[in-house]
Structure formats: structure tokens, C-alpha cells
Design a protein around this ligand. Sequence first.
Ligand code: AVJ
Length: 327
Amino acid sequence: MFNHTTNAAVRAARPAHGANPQMLAEVAAGLSAPQKELSPKYFYDQRGSELFEEITRLPEYYPTRTERKLLQGWMPELISQLGTRTLIELGAGSAEKSRIILDAMRAAGTADLYIPIDVSATFLSLTAATLRREYPGLTVEPAVADISEELNLPRRFPHPALFAFLGSTIGNFYPPAAIRLLGRVRAAMSPSDRFLMGVDLRKDVARIEAAYNDSAGVTAEFNRNMLRVLNHELGANFDPLFFEHRAFYEPVAHRIEMHLVSTRAQVVTIPGLGEISLAKGESIRTEISAKYDRASVSELFDAAGFRIEAWPTDPNTPFGLVIGAPV
Ligand code: AVJ
């Protein structure tokens, strides 16, 4: 519950401290909801991006290594079939997995253009510089964008293009937003282009929950780091030590939910917004990570204008790579 802050006040919030007004408005809306909520995009400052890289190396966190194995096994054949000249990657991050696709394009002699899209400008420019050194002759055109809003693509790029959305980051989007995002990708595609999406599949709940509650506590640190991002970006005075990490599987919606639970009754101040009271035990939801099966992916693809063209999965660890063709 906000003190002295009504919805009108939320709407009229004036960013003090040079804060980004859109971020302030989003945070205001999220923290005034019955279930307080913040967008997972606020995890990814430099430190958050580094913590996520650390998570991908954890024994419990199976998605990244499983997807990498699938990509290594399948990309050379797929890329030579498609004749891909442009790779457009949503949420590229460190582009660690993108190199598997770029290697296949180089081997096929069609590595013309790579467009990594990411919300973290600093991380993106670092990644782009490294890739230009590693792939002489490949044009690298980074696009800074919040993919939940736009793709910020150049008007023209060589076709066939492959749009890649890896890591099961699609899981962060509630169904309507997921359809809108895939619809934006569909709208940017030409008939010869294809869409490659990594999806984490439903499996033994204990295995999924362990991936978000690692014994080293890296995910807990990653989760709490969001409060430091808000302190830095909005001048808030969250104390991350007054919050506990919680991640659990919600079986009805088939998703992991990550929350920050207030360990005491407390008041946090955000300049331009006012005071936010949190009761002991009250939580802020910081991420959903939906898990899919074939039916739920088909539903999503149908709604966005794709048909499933191919669907290799790893028999040992349910994770899928899906190729979508524009309908
Ligand atoms: C990058 C969104 C795919 O949901 O598994 C990892 C982020 N959150 N551990 C995921 C994450 C907690 C990750 N994605």
C-alpha cells in the first residue's frame, strides 16, 4: 500500500533525480498493484548481466547448456538448408550461443550481417566489439531496444534472415505480451525468413525449482540486484538485505515465479513517487518463467502467424528448439 500516493499521484509522478520517466511510471504501476510486481528487464544492469552469466554456469541451471548442445547438433545442417545471410537475435546478451549460429553461417559462406538486440547498451557494445574481432567480414549492427516494446531493426537487411530468441526468455512474457512480441517478429519477416526459439519444457518440478534456487545463492543475488538497479536508476532507498529470495513452480500457469519477500514491515521511498510500505512477508514478483509443451507453443505460434516447421528436443533434458515459418 502506498502512503499519500493515489493512482492520480502515480500518473503525475515527476521524475526527480533525473530518473527515466517511463521507468518511474512502470515501477509506480507495478508497486501499486495488489500483487506488487517489477519487470525482469530491471535485472540487467552490468552486474545483473554478469550474475546471469554466472547462473548459466551453475550445475542446477540446465537450460543454457541443454540449448547449447541442441544448437551445436542442429545449426550446421539447418543454416546450410536455409542459406541464412542475416542473424537477428532478440535479447542477445553476451552472444555466447549466437557464435554457434554464426559459425554455421561462416561455414556455409553466408555470414553477412548480425543484429544483436538487447536492453543493456553497455553490454551490447562490448559484445559487438568482440564479435567484430572474432568474425572479420561479418557486419555487426547492434540494436538497443526493449523487446517488450519494439525491435528497433534497420529498414533493410539481407535475406534469408534467421530471427533467434534463445534461452527460453519467451517464458518471461505473459501470454498476451508473448503473442504481441512474436507478432512484431512476424511483421518484420519476409517469406524466406525463419524464426528460431528456445523453449524450456515442462518436466519434474523439483528439477525446475532447483534451477532457480541454486545452492550457491547466485540466483538470490541476481534477484536482489534488481533493488540496487532501482536505487541507482530512481534514487530509491531499498535495502536488499531486508528482502529474501523466493522461487517456486506455479502448476496452474506452468511457470516459475520469482519473488522478493520483505523480511520486516518497512517503508521505501522513491523520489517522485513517495513512500511505499511493505508488510512483513509481503512480496514483490520480479519474474515469471513459463514452461511449455508442444500444445502451448503451437497455440502461441498460431496466434502470432507462424507454423511449426521443425522441433528438435533433447530426450534427456526436456528443452526445445522450435523453427517457425511465416504463415
Ligand atoms: C534469461 C529469462 C531465460 O527465466 O530462466 C535465470 C532468467 N531467472 N534464473 C530464466 C533467470 C533466474 C532466465 N531467462
